[in-house]
Design a protein around this ligand. Structure first.
Ligand code: NAP
Length: 249
């Protein structure tokens, strides 16, 4: 499959009793996803680097009467492998498993030709967009193996599927994201309950999009909320059997 059925209707409780970790939960698509998953019954683990933003979402979720989320204050740019393992151990102690992991946090970095691209920005973008997804996946896979079915989602981009000039480390990081997810999906195929897919949300009204296209009228692109049926499909049992796919909005 490459497209979601336009008539897809997620069940109201499709994520009931699920424990789902969302990175970059404080803003943009991650924020919308965290609120939506909680509304559909999930206990959402809100991972991000700006605690104040996570606290606001925590309060919004609690005000909805949804399952109490957790705040994971975690900076993906500086964390080392031990930090990921410590995080996994604390999730296991508190929740005993993980039903979903959405690699959503990313940095845009600089829009410039490769020849002018600052090396420091390159390293930072690759650290957050690629290295952290490797380390977090590796640390969390044992927890994702515990439930009967679980879902691992890597957030991609059009520039990670077709190369485009001046997208620098961001574009390259998304090619690497596709490669990591497909390698992992192939390794898990037939021996694991974990399904693993990439999803390209396409142009979406967020701070990252505004940074990439400062002259664009934000009202001309879709809201994060419009993506939510896709995420609910991929996180819920409705997508059991879907793995190794490069999906797009
Ligand atoms: P966004 O609004 O910039 O949000 C990104 C989130 O990632 C923010 O909450 C940010 O934290 C967090 N983050 C960044 N660096 C981090 C770090 N070192 N540690 C922890 N968290 C960190 O971006 P978005 O547009 O929602 O993008 C979400 C995903 O969709 C990304 O993977 C992006 O590549 C992809 N995507 C977006 C579009 C689009 O048009 N928006 C198109 C294609 C793909 P702070 O809140 O603290 O800054």
């Amino acid at each position: 499959m490459t497209k979601l059925d336009p008539n897809y209707q997620p069940g109201e409780d499709c994520l009931k009793n699920r424990v789902i970790l969302v990175t970059g939960a404080g803003d943009g698509i991650g924020k919308s996803l965290s609120l939506t998953a909680a509304k559909h019954g999930a206990t959402v683990l809100l991972l991000g680097r700006t605690t104040a933003k996570l606290e606001q979402i925590y309060d919004e979720i609690c005000a909805l009467g949804a399952p109490e989320p957790a705040i994971l204050a975690f900076d993906l740019s500086g964390a080392q492998e031990d930090d990921y393992n410590t995080l996994a151990a604390s999730i296991e102690a508190e929740y005993g498993r993980l039903d979903g992991l959405v690699h959503n946090a990313s940095l845009l970095g600089r829009r410039s030709p490769i020849t002018n691209y600052p090396a420091e920005t390159w390293q930072r973008v690759m650290q957050v967009n690629v290295n952290s997804t490797f380390l977090l996946s590796k640390a969390m896979l044992p927890l994702l193996e515990i439930p009967a079915h679980s879902s691992l989602i890597f957030t991609s981009s059009s520039v990670g599927r077709t190369a485009r000039a001046h997208w620098g480390a961001y574009g390259v990081s998304k090619f690497a994201t596709e490669g990591l997810a497909l390698t992992l999906a192939d390794e898990l195929d037939g021996i694991s309950n974990v399904r693993c897919n990439t999803f390209n949300p396409g142009a979406t009204r967020t701070a990252m999009r505004a940074g990439a296209y400062p002259a664009e009228n934000p009202a001309s692109v879709k809201s994060p909320e419009e993506l939510m049926p896709w995420y609910l499909f991929l996180l819920s049992d409705d997508s059991i059997g879907v793995s190794g796919e490069q999906l797009s909005y």
